[in-house]
Design a protein around this ligand. Structure first.
Ligand code: SAH
Length: 418
């Protein structure tokens, strides 16, 4: 039996990844804690046992000491998974990197104070965070507490692209097993070898597939297919028109950012990490998709498989507007950012109506992002959760494939116990 305390549970990525690592005959009971209401709403919608809505810095020893009475006398294991907030460590342009001084790191520091006081500390620990967590002062505190308590720990970097997923989400993971008073609980030589291959020293530049995995294309993770709609938008079904309104990038934004847009096609074998601001801000928050012939016509692929515009889409804009509107197969990116007058707006609106969905650049839908992060088909968002909320929750979550891969190594003694 595996008891699992899922701290910072979000939408439950850790529990899904851990469950997938376990054979069906191992009982897996989960308690989870998170402070975010929307995350807990999604969690409760998907899992029978509800997430506890509580701030971790206010948890007492009793709150986190799950099931200790229940496992007296039987062989039971206790796993903690933790994804503490990453903002104190992220290296994005406007982050302050205040590390342990950041208020958002205080709940993690609190847990590190409670852990040594536990009568039955967890037998297994799995922590996930951004790569910059490794080496931070919070990390040093974490490492000291674990080593003092008699854990054997591995710090690794893993990206789902190394497991063949067409998605990049490099993250730091710590795997730790309690060895003190637990004879025979050491990691096996085979597990140690695999974990050493992922150690930070060697993993830095590795995003290619590891031996035994094959790089896959994006198309099998997609739900929408706009390549089949080459007629002008106003001749498409209302359902397709709605999809376009919801997910297509407005042409003026494309015109403004075309040089730096991160574009992939269904044949690409990669996409970039979707962060919680996806679609709110279109730069640096994840990839966008071109499905039809447009990518081949207007872009070229570099040696790393990324697509770039070969021509300035503004040049098309200087062409006569009526000829552009008459040509439904032309990507309409004719609006200089500065032209905001009503006539231009109206022209843009006409062009957007004319433009075929097959020629549009679009966002991945939340379901497609979930697919790329390895969420199973059984996972879903309640109808009252907006796209923005779903992107934010997925952006905070984990790669299920990476968690499962590591959980199999971390929990091999649990798996072998049945
Ligand atoms: N692994 C999770 C997401 C972790 S993101 C998943 O699969 O979805 C970090 C989470 O920590 C967020 O959901 C956030 O709401 C939660 N959190 C942040 N500070 C917290 C605190 N002090 N107490 C409880 N939860 C907290």
């Amino acid at each position: 039996m595996l008891q699992h305390l899922e701290l910072y549970s979000g939408i439950g990525g850790m529990r899904i990844g851990v469950r997938a690592a376990l054979p069906p005959n191992i009982q897996h009971t989960v308690c989870s804690i998170d402070i975010n209401r929307t995350a807990n709403h999604v969690y409760n919608y998907n899992f029978e046992d509800c997430a506890r809505s509580k701030s971790i810095e206010h948890c007492t020893l009793r709150d986190i000491d799950i099931g200790q009475q229940r496992w007296q006398g039987e062989q039971a294991f206790l796993l903690w998974t933790l994804s503490p907030p990453c903002q104190p460590y992220t290296t994005t342009s406007n982050s302050k990197q205040q590390d342990i001084q950041d208020d958002r790191a205080s709940s993690f520091s609190h847990l590190l104070r409670l852990l040594p006081q536990m009568p039955c500390p967890p037998t297994h620990l799995l922590l996930e965070n951004v790569p910059a967590f490794y080496g931070s002062r919070s990390y040093q505190h974490w490492r000291k507490v674990l080593l003092d308590l008699g854990y054997h720990m591995f710090d690794v970097a893993l990206c789902p692209s190394q497991l063949g997923m067409p998605h990049r989400r490099p993250r730091h993971y710590t795997l730790a097993r309690l060895l003190r008073n637990r004879p025979g609980s050491e990691f096996s030589a085979a597990a140690i070898e695999k974990l050493q291959q992922l150690s930070h020293a060697t993993a830095g530049a590795q995003h290619g597939c590891m031996a035994g995995f094959q790089a896959q294309q994006l198309q099998q993770y997609l739900v929408l297919n706009w390549s089949q709609y080459s007629q002008p938008l106003q001749h498409c079904d209302p359902e397709v028109q709605q999809q376009v309104q919801r997910y297509a990038l407005p042409t003026d934004r494309v015109a403004r950012y075309y040089k730096v847009l991160d574009i992939v096609t269904p044949q690409s074998k990669q996409s970039n990490c979707f962060t919680k601001g996806y679609q709110k801000s279109i730069l640096g928050c994840g990839s966008y998709l071109m499905e039809g012939a447009a990518a081949q016509q207007l872009c070229e692929q570099d040696s790393r498989g990324r697509w770039h515009f070969t021509q300035d889409p503004y040049q098309q804009s200087s062409a006569d507007e009526s000829s552009a509107t008459n040509n439904s197969n032309q990507l309409a990116m004719e609006l200089p950012a500065s032209c905001e007058n009503a006539a231009v707006e109206a022209g843009r609106h006409r062009l957007e109506c004319q433009q075929a969905p097959a020629m549009r650049i679009r966002a991945f839908t939340p379901r497609e992002v979930a697919n790329l992060q390895g969420f199973p088909a059984s996972f879903s968002f309640p109808a009252d959760v907006t796209d923005r909320q779903a992107y934010a929750l997925l952006g905070n979550s984990v790669s299920i494939d990476a968690v499962t891969y590591l959980a199999k190594l971390l929990l091999e003694d649990v798996i072998a116990s049945v």
